[in-house]
Design a protein around this ligand. Structure first.
Ligand code: PLP
Length: 390
């Protein structure tokens, strides 16, 4: 499918459909006249295999209690093996209503109130909230930013772990909003630090299927031939890949028997939710038949990002468009043009854009904005045009 065919078939109007992105602007930004470039979902209908599978469910008309079928587990295992060279076993899988819920369970099950949890900022803001809202101590280490690319500072990470007696590290891989697809070597280094200090790792890999420009996603499970599995819980889902956030389905992958036993024992008092049949059905159908759709979508995203980078580079050469090796959510540093205290009035008042502000992801990132590239190319052009009028 060409990029144009993809746009003709899947681009859709979301305003007036109770979408958070477009219909909650007033609630979230205090203005409803904004062009929505925030929040991580898309203006595209999901793939046909998912739509067809959901229609069959609707026609059956029963939404009673459900289970994950053999076919579900097979579809997930095949996807992980085919696309990420990662063998999984169905006995390792547990379910949650979302990746953030899954992270919350990991925090609750494996740490105590007052324990320190580490995040690498800037990072997806629900990581911050999940730690703080559960009465744990948040320890932030900034990623190093150089020449439009973020890297991990292992020394600072180790120092923070030791000084704060960190118990849990919430890794984001690929990293939202740093846009990095961590290499196996980088992952090996940070996981080795965790290993030295007995830190459990929760790796959120929800963006695993969005990698660009030859970058290769390595599941934490596979790093060093699997040598960190005894301290690792992976969280992922089909919900970013196929735009299914509202179907409320995600999984935890716990390959270590001891961790799994603890999780199973402790989760009972915290989560008694049954599975979402629509979430299961959609994820399975995406894994089975969504590959062509995903590849065409990635072309749209990558072209949007190239446009953003080229146009801003031409018109605002001092703006830093960070590398987008993965995710569809690049960060742009506008501090050379806009005083960070005036960013909101520039972005909302002058450009009339809704974006995710840098300080939402980390206190030192005021003056950055995160823009969503999984959208109509004409909206990206419009947004970039508004920003370049600075
Ligand atoms: C890194 C990361 N984790 C989790 C989520 C949300 O996952 P869920 O909707 O399944 O809770 C997002 C959404 O943007 C994300 O970027």
């Amino acid at each position: 499918m060409t990029k144009q065919e993809f746009l003709n078939r899947y681009l859709v109007e979301r305003k007036g459909t109770d979408s958070l992105k477009w219909d909650a602007l007033d609630e979230r930004f205090g203005q409803d006249d904004l062009l929505a470039m925030w929040v991580a979902d898309m203006e595209f209908k999901t793939c046909d295999s998912i739509t067809e599978a959901l229609k069959r469910r609707v026609e059956h008309g029963v939404y009673g209690y459900s289970r994950a079928s053999d076919a579900y587990y097979q579809a997930y295992a095949d996807w992980m093996e085919r696309r990420h060279h990662c063998e999984t076993d169905r006995s390792w899988i547990r379910f949650a209503s979302g990746c953030v819920a899954a992270i919350t369970y990991v925090i609750q099950v494996f740490t105590q109130p007052g324990d320190s949890c580490l995040i690498l900022t800037p990072v997806y803001y629900p990581f911050h909230n999940a730690v703080k809202d559960n009465g744990r101590r948040l320890v932030c280490v900034d990623l190093d930013a150089k020449d439009g690319r973020f890297t991990m500072n292992y020394e600072a990470i180790e120092k923070a772990i030791v000084e704060n007696h960190v118990k849990l590290f919430l890794l984001c891989s690929p990293h939202n909003p740093a846009g990095r697809v961590w290499s196996e070597e980088e992952l090996d280094q940070v996981l080795a630090v965790c290993c030295r200090h007995d830190v459990l790792v929760c790796s959120d890999e929800i963006h695993q299927d969005f990698t660009f420009d030859g970058n290769n996603f390595v599941p934490a499970l596979m790093v060093g031939g699997g040598k960190y599995r005894d301290r690792l819980i992976t969280v992922n889902s089909a919900s970013k890949t196929f735009n299914l956030a509202s179907l409320l389905h995600a999984q935890l992958i716990i390959s270590d028997e001891r961790l799994r036993a603890t999780y199973d024992r402790e989760i009972r008092g915290r989560n008694q939710t049954e599975l979402s049949i629509m979430g299961l059905t959609a994820a399975q159908a995406g894994y089975e038949g969504g590959e062509e759709w995903l590849e065409a979508l990635k072309e749209v995203i990558w072209d949007n990002y190239q446009y953003l980078k080229t146009e801003l580079g031409r018109k605002l050469p001092k703006a830093v468009v960070y590398s987008m090796e993965g995710t569809y959510l690049p960060l742009v540093d506008l501090r050379a043009y806009v005083d960070s205290g005036g960013m909101k009035s520039f972005i909302q008042g002058k450009c009339r854009l809704a974006v995710d502000y840098g300080e939402w992801f980390g206190k030192n990132f005021r003056g950055f904005v995160r823009l969503n590239m999984a959208t109509d190319p004409s909206l990206v052009r419009e947004a970039v045009g508004r920003i370049t009028l600075v």
